[in-house]
Write a protein that binds this ligand. Structure first.
Ligand code: SF4
Length: 65
């Protein structure tokens, strides 16, 4: 069974996905399977600021806001 990332409810990527702005592959490959490689997650756990429009692979999507 898949396990969501523990940050999912608070993560802006959840909102973007629900608004239809984010490709489903991101939530499928990272958020819904608690992927440990997510760059957002790594920064979150270190308490390091990261912009809302940063994707799980560390790249930015300027269309997201
Ligand atoms: S983008 Fe990363 S930190 Fe945010 S919910 Fe998905 S896996 Fe977790």
């Amino acid at each position: 069974m898949n396990k969501n990332c523990r940050w999912y409810d608070a993560c802006p990527l959840k909102r973007y996905y629900q608004q239809g702005k984010l490709d489903k592959k991101w939530v499928e490959e990272y958020c819904w399977v608690d992927n440990p490689d997510c760059v957002r997650k790594k920064l979150e756990e270190k308490g390091i600021y990261h912009a809302d429009n940063m994707l799980p692979d560390g790249t930015f999507d300027e269309r997201l806001k």
